[in-house]
Design a protein around this ligand. Structure first.
Ligand code: BG6
Length: 482
């Protein structure tokens, strides 16, 4: 048996992601037998009122994957308890409620904090004080949404508070990028194939590009976004996770600690940035019109686009730059990793203007057109020794039936089953903040790099192209073909 308790149950994330994901797991018969879902937040609902509301939102977000019959069976295991995260007596009520619901039997529990971040620490403390972290009747897991802290110091402080109640093995810091099929497939690509790993290093790779571009602007989240900015919102978590998985060494085993041991070593090997390096090797910009969004400070310098060049000082990657980039209001939505290989050592066919020999490139499309393309040179038929770049193209959609599941499905199931592999460990989170903090602080304190502006619907500012060109390189700016 298992009980999944959501704090912040009346919030957006619960409606949009958590309940639809749990419902899909139920529909597919993947939820542990006897799983119950309990919502806890201040809004007053009866069980039925909450079920009715969730039915409407799940219909909306599940689309064709909604079936009335399976919803009915799922809904019968959903409960709601009004309560205030700030009130200890409400946690005592919750403890009694859970005890009764579980009939005093052994049951694994997942406490999911989907609240505003300022409640993470008090919620952990209240859970502890109400005896809810006690594991005598089954495992107790706490799942904490992002952002985990606002900088390194606050992340450390939050870890400390949470650890007073829960051991690290019970703490699951969620980064939904890790639940994406294509992110997990990166491990498979690298470590379940023979042909990629031998060339996945400084001897063959010229540079790596990791891009998370979004077409949407900050929309109604401007208030939050203005105090966060793109580095906190996308780099500290999602982009650094992609970086770690792209650059890590093979783990000794496929388990939570062995994988995370190797991941964190990547961040530990990233060269610390001096203020001079930050001025030259980071890039920031804001889209035109951002200042007019409601909730944005009048002269805000918050970056909605950033790029940075990182160096990983280890044997595999010495001298190979990693270009990371993310932005809102860009040309299209695409998250992709480009492994740009070196040019062949000898240009046998480089005779005359017809021959444009391009180096090999592996483009890994994380989303939305999940797949991978390997770019390579081919002789154009009947045209002398003219070459052209062509590609081997793998697409998830062509290869596999069915839709790719939402990242939350995998992550919630793992939390219920007690597998922490796809959750961030405390040292990863702290190390990621350790890399972001100096950049954020330098940006706030100095005028270099300048805050460029860009027109919506482009690949960021044109200066970002020049920034890359100064290194003799080019961004791979291609929208995925859906
Ligand atoms: C969230 C950020 O963590 O990730 C959002 O707060 C961003 O600003 C989102 O839009 C992107 O997620 P995805 O899965 O759409 O790439």
């Amino acid at each position: 048996m298992a009980t999944f308790i959501i704090f912040g149950a009346s919030g957006d994330l619960t409606r949009r992601k958590l309940i639809p994901a749990l419902y899909q797991l139920h529909r597919k018969g993947r939820l542990p037998v006897g799983t119950r879902v309990v919502g806890f937040s201040r809004t007053q609902f009866s069980h039925d009122e909450w079920r009715t509301q969730l039915e409407a939102s799940t219909r909306e977000f599940a689309g064709e994957r909604f079936e009335a019959e399976s919803w009915e069976t799922f809904a019968s295991s959903i409960y709601y308890l009004p309560g205030d995260i700030g009130k200890q007596e409400d946690f005592v009520t919750l403890a009694d409620f859970l005890e009764e619901l579980e009939g005093g039997e052994e049951s694994r529990r997942v406490y999911y904090l989907s609240t505003a971040p300022r409640f993470y620490a008090p919620a952990a403390e209240m859970l502890g004080a109400a005896g809810l972290a006690d594991e005598s009747k089954g495992a107790r897991t706490i799942v904490i949404e992002k952002p985990f802290g606002n900088d390194e110091a606050s992340a450390r402080a939050l870890n400390e508070t949470v650890h007073r109640v829960f051991d690290e093995r019970q703490v699951y810091r969620i980064d939904h990028y890790l639940g994406k099929e294509t992110v997990q497939n990166l491990l498979v690509l690298r470590f379940a194939n023979t042909i990629f790993e031998p060339i996945w290093n400084r001897n063959y790779v010229d540079h790596v590009q990791i891009t998370a571009a979004e077409e949407v602007d900050v929309g109604s989240r401007a208030g939050y976004y203005d105090s966060a900015g793109v580095v906190r919102d996308m780099f500290q978590n999602h982009i650094f996770q992609l970086l770690m998985i792209t650059a890590m060494e093979v783990p000794v085993r496929y388990d939570a600690d062995a994988v995370r041991d190797e991941k964190v070593k990547v961040l530990q090997a990233v060269r610390a940035m001096t203020p001079e390096a930050i001025a030259k090797e980071t890039f920031r910009a804001q889209y035109e019109g951002y200042l007019q969004a409601e909730g944005v400070a009048p002269e805000s310098e918050t970056a909605t686009f950033a790029a940075m060049k990182l160096w990983i000082d280890n044997g595999r990657w010495q001298g190979v730059p990693f270009y990371l980039r993310s932005g809102k209001a860009m040309s299209c939505r695409t998250t992709q990793i480009v492994i740009q290989f070196r040019e062949p050592p000898h240009r046998l066919f480089a005779d005359g203007p017809q021959s444009t020999c391009e180096a090999n490139r592996l483009v890994i499309q994380m989303q939305p057109a999940e797949g991978m393309q390997l770019h390579f040179e081919t002789k154009v038929p009947d045209a002398g020794m003219k070459l052209r770049q062509t590609e081997l193209d793998f697409s998830y959609q062509r290869e596999f039936q069915g839709t790719i599941p939402e990242a939350y499905e995998r992550l919630l199931l793992d939390a219920l089953e007690g597998d922490a592999s796809l959750f961030a460990r405390e040292d990863e989170v702290v190390a990621a903040w350790g890399l972001c903090d100096p950049i954020i602080q330098a940006w706030e304190a100095q005028s270099v790099p300048p805050v460029y502006t860009y027109e919506k619907g482009l690949w960021g500012p044109t200066e970002a192209i020049d920034w890359m060109a100064a290194d003799g390189r080019q961004w791979f700016d291609t929208c995925p073909v859906l």
